[in-house]
Design a protein around this ligand. Structure first.
Ligand SMILES: [Cu+2]
Length: 359
């Protein structure tokens, strides 16, 4: 209701202004005044453009400088330092270009405002000018693109053998992480095998799957290469770890990856920020449906010892879902139970651990 009254009010004011304009121009015609091309409002407008330029450029620089910390995050990864540097170089180049163009634009409006008797000069072309504004941006852009491309190739190139491999799976609307377990290799998965419990779609005919475990927190070791293998189960999601400058889409049907090295543990970052409640976190940056906001994933960066200890404390997926032992080929069952940390009982499929433990 209120909105429609406001809209009606605005329309009314505009209509009144238009009528005043019409009436005054008709009065001028009736009086037979000599038609003046522009009135004093013309030079006022030209000067106002200069005022606008000074105020908006001043406001832009003032805001960017005083609020700098509210739109920058501390960096905690190796390549993050490099990409930050590239970002700020690009920013510097564009700010210089933006400032020069803004000043020229508004100065020209002022300088070439309509004046009686002033005539435009005719310049059909100017080779020097054309060359300058083609070659200079071409060189600058080429340098920016090639340095960026080198950083990108480095991030997406194959990881070393020692890298810690972690799989991240996005689905509407939660993340899960899968760790390879003691064999340090992720087991095979097949999307056709996904069901309510086998959420990864683990292919239990592959012996590398038996020690894989699921985590609802992303634990990362500090100072060690990490290879994130990323996939999505339903729609587009995007892995975003802002403090590590990691961002990579999770695409259904097309696994992606990102390689990086964290440089500060959670505790080190807490000390640096003077905030003991600080925690790293991961978000989804693809608007992936109505529950998108809930795709927040806690991230912990441990020292290497703490990370190894944490891994050992995790239960394998197969231990948590012993029913699935029936899907393991008979010949592999015993080794699967050993690898998964299940008690082996003379060739039998064990009674559910939880049933024993809960009594
Ligand atoms: Cu998402």
């Amino acid at each position: 209701m209120m909105n429609s009254i406001i809209v009606l009010g605005v329309i009314l004011v505009l209509a009144i202004l238009y009528l005043i304009f019409r009436v005054s121009s008709l009065v001028r015609v009736a009086k037979g005044e000599k038609e003046q091309r522009v009135d004093s409002a013309n030079s006022l407008n030209a000067s106002l453009f200069l005022v606008f330029m000074v105020v908006s450029l001043g406001g832009f620089f003032w805001y960017s400088y005083t609020h700098f910390d509210s739109y920058t995050l501390p960096v905690a990864s190796e390549h993050g330092k490099l990409t930050d540097k590239l970002f700020w170089i690009t920013m510097g180049v564009t700010i210089v270009a933006f400032t020069i163009i803004s000043i020229i634009m508004f100065m020209f409006i002022y300088k070439y405002q309509y004046r009686e008797g002033q005539k435009a000069s005719f310049i059909p072309d100017n080779h020097y000018l054309e060359l300058a504004w083609t070659i200079i941006p071409a060189i600058v852009l080429a340098v920016l693109v090639f340095t960026g491309l080198r950083a990108w190739n480095d991030i997406t190139s194959p990881a070393s053998k020692e890298a810690e491999v972690i799989e991240l799976i996005g689905q509407q609307w939660a993340w899960t992480a899968r760790y390879p377990g003691k064999d340090k290799e992720l087991g095979k998965v097949n999307f056709k095998l996904i069901d309510a419990s086998n959420e990864f779609g683990l292919d239990l005919s592959d012996n590398k799957t038996y020690d894989d475990f699921k985590s609802l927190e992303l634990h990362l070791p500090v100072g060690k290469e990490i290879l994130l293998k990323i996939r999505a189960k339903d729609v587009l999601h995007s892995v975003y770890l802002p403090h590590f400058r990691v961002k990579m889409d999770a695409v259904p049907g097309m696994p992606t990856h990102f390689k990086f090295k964290a440089t500060k543990t959670t505790q080190e970052m807490r000390d640096e920020l003077g905030n003991q409640a600080f925690n790293y976190e991961m978000g989804c940056t693809e608007v992936c449906g109505r529950g998108h906001f809930s795709m927040r994933f806690p991230v912990v960066v441990d020292t290497e010892e703490d990370f190894e200890r944490w891994k050992l404390s995790q239960e394998t997926w197969l231990k948590q879902n012993p029913d699935y032992l029936k899907n393991v080929p008979a010949g592999l069952r015993e080794s699967a139970m050993i690898k998964a940390g299940l008690p082996v009982q003379a060739g039998m499929i064990p009674v559910q651990e939880t049933a024993i433990g809960s009594n």
